[in-house]
Every structure is written in C-alpha cells, then in structure tokens.
Design a protein around this ligand. Sequence first.
Ligand code: AMP
Length: 230
Amino acid sequence: MSQPFHVILLGAPGAGKSTQSRLLRGRFPIVVFATGQMLRDEVQHGTPLGVLADSYFKNGTLLPDEIMIALMTARLRDVPADRGVLLDGFPRTTVQAEALDQILARLGRSLTAVIALGLSDADAIHRLGGRRMCEGLGEPFPLHIDDRESVAACLRLGGRIVTRPDDEPEVILERLRVYDAETEPLIGFYEQRGLLHRISAAGTPEDVHAKIVAILEEAGAGRQSTGNSS
Ligand code: AMP
C-alpha cells in the first residue's frame, strides 16, 4: 500500500484539467474534487449555493474565497484515510492556497505535488470557444466541436450537447483575465515551496496524462487503484 498522495492540477481554463482528472482517477486511489463541476451540480439542483454560483458563472468571475474554503473544508474532512486527493479548480487564489495548507495540516495530510498545465492564450481560446459538454450519459464530459466523432457518439448514445454558460465567447476572455490576475500567481507560490512541476498542456490527453503519471510516480505515488469517487 502506498502513501495517499495529494495533488493539485493548476492551469488556465481549457488546459484540460478535468480530462486529466478523469484519466488519473482511473489509475490512482484518489478522490477527485473538481470545484467547477461541484458548483455546476449545485446549479442544476437549484440549491442556494447553485443560485449564487450561477451569477458568477455568467460573468466568468470567482466565487468568494470564504465560500469555497468552507466547501472544501467540509469535503476534505470526509476523505477516507487511505485515499489521496486530486484537486481540480481549487485553490484558485493565494488566500485559498494558504487555507488549503491549514486544512490539510489539520487532517495530518500534506501536498505531494502541484502540476501546472501550460497553454497559450490562443490555444485556450480555441479550446474553450469550441468546447461543448456531453450531458445525460452519467457525469458530464467535455468535447470539442471539431471532434465530429465524439459529438456523433454523444448524440447516438442519447446524450445532449450543451455549451457551458461560461464558455460563451464574451465570458471566455474574462475567465482568462481572472486566471492571470488571481490564479497564475499560485505558480510562484508553489514553486517557492518546491512542489511545482510545469508541463505543456498541448498534445493529446494521453500524452499529457503520461507526463503527469511520470511525475506522480517519481513523487512516490503508488500504482494500485481503482475504485473512484468524486
Ligand atoms: P471550472 O469548471 O474549474 O472552470 O470552474 C467554473 C467556475 O466555477 C469558475 O469560473 C468560477 O466561477 C467557479 N469556481 C470553481 N472553482 C472555484 C474556486 N476555487 N474559487 C472560486 N470560484 C471557483
């Protein structure tokens, strides 16, 4: 049995964090927390948090730190002791990163690695502008409108192709601006702590996945898996 590991995927919108999370949780004994998807689920269920989140999605801005910190504090408390954690979308600000250190320390856990997926603005705009979600086939998953095969398969299997409200063109540029202003500084934050690994997000999901797996194995993550939850 290997030590549970704790990893953050950092990267601009469109860098492929959710795709990589899905691939990783099939391979390692981790619980994945994707805060954007958690909030979209709340929107769908019409909860008070969902109503609040919806107003932020429409503008492409971040929810208040204290709300996100409270949400993650509660979720991390419930992770079984033998499971590690993969964070996709949290932390997104320095305040959240500092809070995360404290939450993990209280739980007797600590970060193993932070993986920064690098992508140019031009590539991010292309990916987000063409991104659609396939819904109705279990957990929603992203696909690109240029990928006709995946679009056809989603529809054939009875899924629906929808555009996330925050992937509307006027919101995309704001999200990238917010990433540069609020989240990009975390790269320096984690570099100073010796936890940062930078990789390019260009290339196929499988190429990027292989690079992440190599980093995690180097960092001591075990190979055994599989049961997942998110
Ligand atoms: P994502 O799916 O990760 O791109 O997140 C979608 C949206 O959810 C973001 O644009 C924010 O409005 C909100 N969100 C997700 N995670 C956070 C976070 N850690 N802090 C604040 N807002 C967040």
